[in-house]
Design a protein around this ligand. Structure first.
Ligand code: G3H
Ligand code: 13P
Ligand code: ZN
Length: 324
């Protein structure tokens, strides 16, 4: 079937849960990023979630982003959900629901449990009345999202004993949990890591015991992992060798994400890896071609490298190639 409009995540999550794979949720901010991601998905026939943060919406404008995503669906014919990432208020979620998104996240995870339930429930009621699905969050990831920085000491793992009550009372469609992933390119300090034989930082393992406990309490229910960039060291190196400065940037090992995708995790969020691919490529281009100034010349290889990176994620990490 050839799709012409964004879909919800209901069907894709059901298939992903049963099939032991996850859908990639990639953040989009401009045309080249949308094209890089969707051309990759088209080549390997994968379903997709394209997600837009509050910051992306402020940067690129709601209508431009909607139209870019619609163009990508028409070009690829793939099942693609258009999702609000980290909605921080009912009003923002409502505006995206009214404006054509098929999925929203209400992230009230920094609020007390009862308050998180109340605001999530309010969003769910409005969303479901309009055929839109809702992701909620329990637990707090470390790192940066929009202007909010969560210090490592303020982060905490999801408490499995809270999830049944939360899902029953809110009616949310999927749940983001904190099991040790973190936003951004600096997910762990050097002190939290060990070093492998090549001298590279190895982060502490994810808390699969929490994921397992949560999924036993919520059988068949889709779980979401945020902060799941792996921070490819070839791009960190490319940035650093071409005038950048990103010391000790480290991400989540891909093997752990593959394992999570085999379990109850149906949506894996990736943004920083795309930023790194784009920035590394453009920095190298400027270094190699100081005389060039046509944006198409440096955005083209950046888009091509985003495409390669996303293809690798879809095939080797998420396991969703061929599932569209
Ligand atoms: O989790 C946050 C995403 O990476 C989006 O980042 O808020 O800077 O657009 P942003
Ligand atoms: P990364 O910073 O690890 O790419 O996480 C992105 C994310 O969780 C978007 O919501
Ligand atoms: Zn996130």
């Amino acid at each position: 079937m050839l799709y012409t409009k964004p879909v919800t995540t209901t069907e894709m999550f059901k298939k992903a849960y049963d099939g032991g794979y996850a859908i990639g949720a990639f953040n989009v901010n401009n045309m080249e990023i949308v094209q890089g991601i969707t051309e990759a998905a088209k080549e390997v026939n994968a379903p997709l979630i394209l997600q837009v943060s509050k910051g992306a919406r402020a940067y690129a404008n709601h209508t431009y982003l909607i139209k870019l995503v619609e163009a990508a669906i028409i070009e690829t014919g793939l099942p693609i959900a258009l999702h609000l990432d980290h909605g921080d208020s009912f009003e923002l979620c409502k505006s995206c629901i009214d404006g054509g998104f098929t999925s929203v996240m209400i992230d009230a995870s920094s609020k007390p449990f009862e308050e998180n339930i109340a605001i999530t429930k309010q969003v769910v009621e409005y969303a479901h009345d309009h055929g839109v699905v809702v992701e909620a969050e329990l637990g707090a990831l470390a790192g940066i999202e929009d202007e909010v920085q969560v210090a490592a000491e303020d982060s905490h793992y999801t408490r499995p004993e809270e999830v049944e009550e939360f899902v029953a009372k809110t009616g949310c469609d999927s749940l983001a949990i904190a099991i040790g992933t973190s936003h951004g390119a600096y997910k762990f300090t050097a002190a939290q890591c060990t070093r492998n034989e090549k001298g590279e930082l190895v982060p502490p393992p994810l808390r699969f015991d929490i994921l397992e406990d949560v999924s036993k309490r919520l059988p068949g229910f889709p779980i979401v992992l945020h902060g799941s960039s792996s921070v490819p060291q070839e791009y960190v190196k490319m940035v650093n060798e071409n005038g950048g400065k990103m010391p000790d940037a480290v991400g989540i090992p891909e093997a752990e994400l593959r394992e999570a995708a085999r379990m109850a995790v149906c949506k894996i969020n990736i943004d920083s890896d795309l930023r790194l691919a784009m920035t590394g490529t453009i920095r190298k281009f400027f270094h190699d071609h100081p005389e060039k100034f046509d944006p198409r010349e440096y955005l083209k290889p950046a888009r091509a490298n985003i495409k390669e990176l996303v293809k690798h994620k879809l095939v080797d990490v998420l396991g969703c190639a061929g599932k569209a």
